[in-house]
Design a protein around this ligand. Sequence first.
Ligand SMILES: NC(=O)c1ccc[n+]([C@@H]2O[C@H](COP(=O)([O-])OP(=O)(O)OC[C@H]3O[C@@H](n4cnc5c(N)ncnc54)[C@H](O)[C@@H]3O)[C@@H](O)[C@H]2O)c1
Length: 330
Amino acid sequence: MQVSILGGGGFLGRKLAARLAAEGTLGGKPVTALTLFDVAEPVAPASAPFPVTCLAGDVVDLPEAALPKGTDVVFHLAAVVSAAAEADYDLGRRVNLRGTDAVVDACRRLTGAGGAPPRVVFTSSVASFSATQADTLGDDARQVPGNSYGAQKAAAELILADASRRRFLDAVSIRLPTVVVRPGRPNKAASSFFSAIVREPLLGLETDLPVADDFAVWVCSPRRAVDWLLHAAAMDTRPMGLDRSITPPGISTTIAHLLQALEDVQPGASAKVRRVRDEAIEAIVGTWPPAFEPLRARTLGFAPHEPLVDVVRAFVEDDLAATRAERANG
Ligand SMILES: NC(=O)c1ccc[n+]([C@@H]2O[C@H](COP(=O)([O-])OP(=O)(O)OC[C@H]3O[C@@H](n4cnc5c(N)ncnc54)[C@H](O)[C@@H]3O)[C@@H](O)[C@H]2O)c1
C-alpha cells in the first residue's frame, strides 16, 4: 500500500504516521511507501519499516510528488482550523476549499494515467453541523454550519462525494468530533480549551475555561480518531453508496464530566482551571452539536468509543512526557 498524508506534520497526521510505522500494515496489507506533506517539512516517524518521503509545500499547489504514481490511500488532513478560518476568511476558503479541489485534480491525474481511484480519507468536522445544547442529531441530520470552517468542510465533503461518483477517487469523509486531549501547546482552534483544561493542569499549569461547567460537547480521543481513519482507509465503500460521509461514534460529555475524569486520574488537578467566560469562543463552539446517534458508523464497522477516563489516561501514557519536554524547550 502506497500512502500519502496531507497535513502529515499536524497533530493527527503525526499520530497517524506513527501508527502506520508501528504496525507496518494498513487493512492487513504491508505499507510499501509513505509520503508526508505539510507547509513545513514533516518529520518522519521513528523506525518505519518502509521508505518515508517528507515534503514541504502548499496543498493548493499540490506537487505531483505528494501523490506519486501508484498511490493507494490519501489521508487529506491539511486544513486551516476553526477559529483561524473564522478569523481569516480568505485563508480558510483557500486551503479548505481550493486545497480539496487540488486533491481531486491530483487523483484525476492518477486515474487518467490508468491507476485505480485512490481511497481518499477526508477529515470533516462536527463543526459542519449546528444545533442547540439540547439536541441529539441522527445520521440524516442536515449540515447547517454556524461558521466558515464548518461550511468549507461540508462543501469539501460534497466535492469528494461527487468525485467518488465520477470514479476519480474513492472518498470516505469522517466528521470528527473535537479531539481531546491534544498535546503540545494551545492552538488556534476554537475548541483548544477542551484539551487545555485537561492538559495544562496535568502539566501543573493554570488555564482558562471560556464556557460553563454544564456545557456539553461531542469528543473523541486521538487514539480512536486514528483507529477510525485507518478503518476508513481499508473498508469496503460499496455499502456507502453515494453518501460518502460518516459521523463516527464519539462520546457526548460535559465540561464537568471531563474535569471529573481529570480528577479520577490526578486528584486536585481541576483546581488549576479558572472560569473566564469568552463570548467569541462560546459563539463558535456553542453552535456545535453536543450529541449524535451514529448508527450508520456502527453498521460500517467504526470502533465504539472508550470511557472518558481512558481518554485522560491515554494522554498521560502517550503524550504527557513529550508535551512537558517540548514546552520546557520553549
Ligand atoms: N483536532 C480536532 O479536534 C479536529 C476535529 C474535527 C476535525 N479535525 C480535522 O482533522 C484534520 C487534522 O486536524 P489536526 O488537529 O491534526 O490539525 P493540525 O492543525 O494540527 O493539522 C493540520 C495540518 O494542515 C497543515 N496545513 C495547513 N495549511 C496547509 C497548506 N496550505 N498546505 C499544506 N498543509 C497545510 C498545517 O500545517 C497542519 O500541520 C484537519 O482537517 C481538521 O480540520 C480536527
